[in-house]
Design a protein. Structure first.
Length: 311
């Protein structure tokens, strides 16, 4: 595989988790092509965790990268002009530009987000909208993929975005293996709400994770809302409310996303005919699976297998 060079650009008061997420996910692995370098303007960069980061390279590595990722800083502030110039140059050269959390402010200040949809941590989204009117700010998403410009909401949404990038580059099977290593959800759609204004459940409130795991083991079977509610021991109305609070999406939309994820993995790792894949993942028929692939992925199952299949 051709090496894909990733520059992690650390700015002053970078948040440690925002930096660690892409560093971990894009670390060197046999099944991926990533070569990741931590870059910075200064020899030492202070973090909000009270320790310093020693960048491996300067801004020249940003200009030479294939993908530039800017982790969030707190509070977000305008980076030095040298940093903005490097970001703007990389963007003009067609490099993939990515922000985690409040890293969106650096991309916006460099003009990278002008005219595109973008998001950031919900606590700072008003500031992004006020300070950068040329940016089309979306408040209700985990992450946004605008092709060569991708932004995520707060902190752990960076995991979702980075796994989404791996899925784009190397397919669902590789992304799922990495997610399992992180003990992370393998796939959350970017369009889910990033912040649900509901109270944190009390310690004795049961999670619906067992019900979701039960459904994941039965994706090839018809699963109704009534059956999900029965398994959870809840009324359908309570299930809908609790499910949305926990996942940011409805039970049936979650099921569809899970089935699409399973279909992608089967297309990558088996030579099963498309109609068999459709049956095994619960999408019914090849025609129905093609319809959902077109809507969700803007491709067909056959074209997806051609791109990511192991054979």
């Amino acid at each position: 595989m051709t090496v894909h060079r990733i520059a992690l650009l650390v700015l002053a008061e970078v948040m440690p988790l925002d930096l660690a997420i892409p560093a971990q996910i894009f670390s060197s692995r046999p099944e991926t092509s990533y070569e990741t370098t931590v870059c910075g303007l200064d020899a030492k960069v202070h973090t909000t965790g009270g320790f310093t980061v020693l960048p491996q390279a300067d801004l020249e590595r940003v200009r030479a990268a294939d993908t530039v990722i800017v982790p969030g800083s707190e509070p977000p502030c305008r980076p030095p002009e040298a940093v903005l110039a490097a970001l703007a140059e990389a963007h003009e050269q067609g490099k993939r530009m990515v922000s985690i959390c409040t890293g969106a402010f650096a991309l916006a200040a460099a003009g990278v987000l002008d005219g595109v949809r973008a998001t950031t941590h919900w606590q700072y989204i008003d500031d992004l909208e006020r300070d950068f009117p040329a940016v089309s700010v979306d408040r209700d998403v985990l992450y946004i993929d605008e092709g060569n410009v991708l932004t995520s909401a707060g902190v752990c949404c960076g995991i979702d975005l980075c796994l989404h990038i791996v899925r784009r580059d190397h397919g669902a099977a590789v992304a799922n293996r990495i997610a399992r290593g992180l003990v992370a959800a393998p796939h959350r759609e970017g369009g889910q709400a990033q912040y649900v204004p509901a109270p944190v459940p009390a310690a004795d409130d049961a999670s619906l994770s067992d019900t979701r795991e039960w459904a994941m083991r039965r994706l090839g079977e018809p699963i109704t809302l009534r059956e999900l509610a029965r398994h959870a021991g809840l009324s359908q109305r309570t299930l809908m409310r609790r499910f949305t609070e926990e996942t940011g999406t409805t039970p049936l939309q979650w099921l569809l996303n899970a089935r699409l994820g399973r279909a992608r993995e089967l297309l990558e790792t088996t030579d099963h005919p498309v109609d068999r894949v459709a049956r095994e993942c619960g999408l019914g028929t090849a025609a129905n699976m093609r319809l959902h692939f077109r809507r969700a992925l803007d491709t067909t199952p056959t074209a997806y297998r051609r791109t990511f299949g192991s054979s």
